[in-house]
Design a protein around this ligand. Sequence first.
Ligand code: HEC
Length: 207
Amino acid sequence: MRKISVFSVILCLVLATFSVTQYSCNERAEAKADSVSIPKTMTHGEMVERGRYLITAASCGDCHCPKVFTPQGPIPDSARLYSGHPANMPMMPIDKKVLKPGNWMMMGPDVTSFVGPWGVSFAANLTPDTATGIGAWTADVFIKTLRTGKHLGQEGGRPILPPMPWPTVAQFTDEDLKSIFSFLQSLPPISNKVPAPLTPVDVAKMK
Ligand code: HEC
């Protein structure tokens, strides 16, 4: 009798320890999920502020902002934030060797245009101008575009070209992408018609 009760006490202790361990593991898994999602519903103003923080930390402006030149190098032009490759910027001569993989790639002096085996790509205007920016987009279109890597998120849409880092931007949660979108939509709309990308064939024809 005595032996059995000692055994049951030990068994109970083992089971209790097991369930505590299980409990704390679950708790940890929940804490991890909480740290990437936003537990509360944000107001519009909070989303805009979170979007500003995320877009800054994600360095989107390195490519999407026109620059001013300082002795320390090019810095985002605060008067034209996120308006993309300036339409009036002259096209510089292109070394056609860079169209072949294995060579250096090139980028414009303000880091808004890029030449490589894909041809020439120009950073998009992300301000809410309806005609030349993303003013007519919905948050849903924005999320679909960045998750699929297809222009306007449409099936069969044109693939978004390098060096736009959409596969990593796609890792943001829906809430984060919505916040970034809310921030972009809060900017002053800037009319700047970014040129369409050029294919390697287009570049080969250039003088
Ligand atoms: C290294 C440069 C670079 C960075 C960093 C970058 N982009 Fe881009 N982005 C581009 C280029 C270049 C294009 C144009 C690609 C094309 O025409 O296919 C583009 C296009 C886009 C488009 C338009 C897609 C379409 O359907 O036409 C959106 C939206 C966008 N970027 C959002 C972002 C956001 C948000 C971030 C930061 C989280 C970001 N980009 C960071 C270079 C960049």
